[in-house]
Design a protein around this ligand. Structure first.
Ligand SMILES: Nc1nc2c(c(=O)[nH]1)N[C@H]1C(S)=C(S)[C@@H](COP(=O)(O)OP(=O)(O)OC[C@H]3O[C@@H](n4cnc5c(N)ncnc54)[C@H](O)[C@@H]3O)O[C@H]1N2
Ligand code: MOO
Length: 407
């Protein structure tokens, strides 16, 4: 049997390296910036007013007070968005709104609160000082300056910064595009009525969510017949329609059954189907799929039991997918914690990934639910995997174990 570590290596080798692509701002949240962004314009873009009031020469109002107010004519009105190309003549003021361009000749803003808010003439009862309430062009970021360094995972404020710089798109690491294939005539899409012997399909929605949770794009493809030629034709068609598929991800059809259409469709060529020394998740496949046009696409085939498929995604795919997006999401924290309850049985020679509940203070971990790989609800209610080494067959309460924090 192949070790978990060896299969992890084989799968990781199949996943492409990070690739920068320009993305529209609406699509970059949570993605990693692939190149430094240099400011094409300064921020603020021009000298502008921080207050509603009057653009003035400070010296004209240096001695204004309640007892000796200064009165000057209002020569122009500058709402935000107007060019303010009329210079300010001495012994006059321009009425100005917050964000509006400071006219040539003005060197201070007199806020409305220091005045009678006059429209023709203004009466100021307080002074202002040189530069007061003027936001200077480039004081936040000069044109040509570094706006943001490559490698940052983008949050809302970064997107605001790019937009303020006039950038409609920025280079990010491209999402990994995954074609998720589910097969099996017992599977019915959620929302449709169930026939006898049928179950709702849960692996593809779960895998699509897991791919998207790390920043990838998932496209689900359902196929129900047992005909291998038809399956290959359907995959070829999907690959042609969806350009740039980085990975075909399947679940089910990889074990010892009579109708293993996935295995039959991929085996023999450039994919291998092996047993990995782990539980759950023993039957696994990986390699490349060769389409009818000769191109090849990486392929990972996970076992069909729902818990096996989820655990397999965590063990083999999550970290390589994150690496392919250069850290699109943080990897799962791995820690050690003492067992709150004993592990009575673990299969000899197989690494076991038990579902667990890690205490809020992370001071202990309890195995949660039975080990069978159809206990979907136990998986959903757990918040970690308890990683029992292959050579361990039982553990007492208090023994330290490795824990994969899934929360
Ligand atoms: N004779 C043997 N039988 C089995 C072995 C074995 O070694 N010898 N291994 C068992 C183990 S372990 C696993 S894991 C499964 C793996 O089986 P497959 O990957 O071939 O998966 P299927 O047979 O197609 O399905 C297994 C199980 O999972 C359900 N399933 C499959 N796909 C989905 C889906 N998309 N959504 C929800 N549920 C799904 C399916 O109905 C079956 O119940 O094989 C054991 N058998
Ligand atoms: O390996 Mo299967 O994944 O034990 O249920």
């Amino acid at each position: 049997m192949r070790s978990v570590e060896e299969h992890q290596r084989r799968v990781a080798e199949l996943i492409r390296p990070p690739r920068p692509v320009p993305f529209q701002l609406a699509q970059v949240l949570g993605r990693v910036l692939a190149e430094d962004v240099i400011a094409p314009i300064p921020l603020p873009t021009f000298d502008n007013s921080a207050m509603d009031g009057y653009a003035v020469r400070a010296e004209d109002f240096a001695r204004a007070s309640a007892e000796r107010p200064v009165v000057l004519p209002v020569a122009a009105d500058i709402p935000a968005g107007s060019p303010a190309n009329v210079p300010l003549a001495p012994q006059s003021v321009h009425r100005i709104m917050t964000g509006a361009c400071v006219p040539p000749g003005a060197d201070a803003i007199l806020p409305f609160e220091s005045t009678d808010r006059g429209a023709e003439h203004v009466r100021a009862h307080a002074p202002t000082s040189l530069g007061a309430h003027i936001r200077r062009a480039g004081e936040d970021l000069a044109a040509g300056g570094l706006a943001l360094r490559a490698g940052v995972r983008l949050r809302a404020p970064h997107i605001g910064l790019f937009a303020a710089l006039g950038l409609a798109s920025v280079p990010v690491f491209a999402p990994v595009r995954v074609l998720i294939l589910s097969t099996g005539s017992e599977l019915v899409a959620p929302g449709s009525p169930l026939g006898p012997g049928q179950i709702y399909e849960s692996n593809a929605p779960m895998l699509a969510a897991a791919v998207e949770e790390v920043g990838g794009f998932a496209h689900q493809l359902r196929f129900v017949s047992d005909d291998v030629a038809q399956l290959r034709a359907r995959i070829d068609q999907a690959l042609a329609e969806l350009s740039d598929v980085d990975l075909i991800l399947t679940s089910g059809g990889v074990s010892a059954g009579e109708y293993e259409v996935v295995k039959q469709a991929f085996e023999g060529g450039e994919a291998e189907f092996v047993h990995v020394a782990m539980q759950p998740g023993k039957p696994q496949g990986c390699g490349r799929y060769r389409a009818a046009d000769g191109t090849t696409v990486p392929l990972v085939a996970l076992p069909g039991n729902p818990v096996s498929a989820q655990v397999s995604f965590e063990v083999f795919l999550r970290d390589p997918l994150i690496a392919a997006m250069d850290g699109g999401r943080p990897p799962r924290p791995k820690l050690r914690a003492p067992l709150a309850e004993p592990v009575l049985r673990s299969p000899s020679g197989k690494r076991q990934f038990l579902r667990g509940v890690l205490a809020e203070d992370r001071a202990s971990v309890s195995p949660f639910g039975p080990p069978g790989s159809h206990f979907l609800r136990s998986m959903a209610l757990s918040n970690c995997l308890v990683d029992i080494p292959a050579d361990v067959t039982s553990l007492p309460a208090g023994a330290e174990v490795a824990v994969w924090d899934l929360a």
